[in-house]
Design a protein around this ligand. Structure first.
Ligand SMILES: CC(C)(COP(=O)(O)OP(=O)(O)OC[C@H]1O[C@@H](n2cnc3c(N)ncnc32)[C@H](O)[C@@H]1OP(=O)(O)O)[C@@H](O)C(=O)NCCC(=O)NCCS
Length: 179
């Protein structure tokens, strides 16, 4: 399967074995993982790529590896995923992103996410795409807002995969419906 998405500056593509090292570096970077319960070990990072690949096999879409052609072979991922948990808004398809810290605030996540939303609505035919984050993850919320997603506090939820009492358990949910 070789579904790729091109944007003005980025190529969203399938994962290669060369992505494992830089992805593990990102997942071990406290800046990137500030709003996650823990850093990922090398084994956990590789296992995450295994799950992403399996997701592509199963659903024909997923979290695409992002590169800046001729500039940076891997800067993170942006894509679509079916969450592994049940909540009041599931089943659903979420849009998500993780970008290496040295590439932040250049508009890459937003640029990729706009193209991924379009793919989700126009190619896959989804009627709604959601996204979620901890309330203090302002950069991620900003990307959600920039791509036209909206937040209703009645949708806020406790993430089922994060233990009760954990400070990162509460999440805000954003939604966007196909126009
Ligand atoms: C969220 C993330 C993917 C954004 O990537 P990015 O390529 O830097 O995103 P963009 O450049 O498209 O947009 C970032 C926006 O956040 C804003 N921002 C950055 N830091 C901010 C802060 N501390 N407070 C408020 N806004 C902030 C930027 O100014 C920019 O908005 P603007 O264009 O209106 O100025 C990146 O920060 C990241 O990988 N974070 C760690 C992983 C993560 O949290 N993933 C999401 C989990 S829900």
């Amino acid at each position: 399967m070789a579904i790729e998405i091109r944007t003005q500056r980025l190529l969203l593509r399938q994962w290669s074995s060369a992505d494992l090292d830089p992805f593990a570096d990102m997942n071990a970077d406290p800046r990137v993982m500030e709003y996650f319960p823990s850093l990922l070990s090398r084994e956990e990072s590789d296992a995450a790529v295994g799950r992403i690949r399996a997701h592509f096999e199963r659903h024909r879409f997923g979290l695409w590896a992002a590169e800046i052609p001729d500039v940076a072979p891997f800067i993170g991922f942006v894509g679509l995923a079916v969450p592994r948990f049940e909540a009041h808004f599931t089943p659903c398809v979420e849009i998500g992103w993780r970008v290496a810290a040295d590439q932040w605030n250049r508009g890459y996540a937003t640029e990729a996410a706009r193209a991924v939303l379009k793919y989700g609505f126009e190619i896959i035919g989804l009627s709604e795409i959601v996204s979620f984050a901890v309330p203090i993850n302002l950069p991620s919320r900003r990307v959600m807002e920039k791509i036209g997603m909206t937040h209703n506090s009645a949708d806020d939820f406790d993430h089922p995969l994060i233990p009760e009492g954990h400070p990162l358990r509460r999440h805000v949910l954003y939604r966007k419906r196909r126009e």
